[in-house]
Write a protein that binds this ligand. Structure first.
Ligand SMILES: O=C1O[C@H](COP(=O)(O)O)[C@@H](O)[C@H](O)[C@H]1O
Length: 250
């Protein structure tokens, strides 16, 4: 398990651009060493903002996108064409514009897909797909104001679940039915990048960095085996101890 490194950027735009650049470097380095990197995408404003920045960055052409495996950390269990879907948002922000290999893009099922409205079957099928993955290179995660990551919410059944992927019901944040990787699966990643912006996230960020318990603050349980980055804008970092925020400000 790695120690958290906190990086504070001046604005959400700078954070998104810097994280997009970080991802390009990560993918290029992995491909240069002959590997096909695997990345877990996130929904939410910050995660989709990073993808939009990547679309605007000429550096994205340094990556051979046909040799990248893409997964999702969570998905809202709604019809495929619903604007709430993390997959749809990611495709519109970036993926539709890249020469990806469709066989390497691993979206979670929609509620009008192969499994119909059986969210448990959809979650189990995703776990079967994941069984072939050795370790993710990067898991990107947004974070809720109460400390949820992916669709693992505080004090919810998912936070206690040891299975790799779970169906989530009655989410406090709509839509109520979702599919999510669990914390044990997230922790198999080499690197976890926890990314968030805005004052509304500052309390949960401070609790995460202070080492709160993962049942109360699931973000605190999201760590990588070799690196855990907490990527923030100044507003999200505003409740961190002054010394810590000052160490790594860019
Ligand atoms: O519902 C979700 O929320 C989180 C955080 O979203 P944000 O808009 O507050 O950044 C997100 O990471 C997750 O993937 C998503 O399904």
């Amino acid at each position: 398990m790695s120690t958290r490194e906190v990086v504070v950027h001046s604005t959400p735009e700078v954070l998104a651009a810097a994280t997009a650049a970080r991802l390009v470097t990560k993918l290029v380095d992995a491909q240069a060493s002959g590997r096909v990197p695997s990345v877990v995408l996130t929904g939410g404003g910050t995660g989709i903002g990073v993808l939009a920045q990547l679309l605007d960055s000429p550096a994205r052409d340094a990556v051979d996108w046909r040799r990248v495996e893409l997964w999702w950390g969570d998905e809202r269990f709604v019809p495929a064409d619903d604007d709430e879907r993390n997959e749809k948002q990611a495709r519109e922000a970036l993926l539709n514009h890249l020469p990806l290999d469709p066989a390497r893009v691993h979206a979670m099922a929609a509620s009008d897909g192969k499994f119909g409205d059986d969210v448990d079957a959809a979650a189990e099928a995703y776990a079967v797909q994941l069984a072939g993955v050795r370790a993710f290179d990067v898991v990107m995660l947004g974070m809720g104001p109460e400390g949820h990551v992916a669709s693992v919410f505080p004090e919810s059944p998912a936070v206690h679940d040891e299975r790799p992927v779970v169906a989530v019901r009655n989410c406090p944040k709509p839509p109520p039915t979702r599919i999510s990787l669990t914390l044990p699966t997230i922790r198999t990643a080499a690197e976890v990048w926890l990314m968030t912006t805005g004052e509304g996230k500052a309390g949960a960020v401070a609790l995460t960095v202070a080492g709160a318990g993962e049942v109360a603050v699931p973000a605190a349980g999201a760590v990588g085996t070799s690196r855990t980055l907490v990527l923030l804008d100044r507003a999200a970092a505003s409740q961190l101890p002054a010394g810590l925020a000052a160490i790594r400000t860019s």
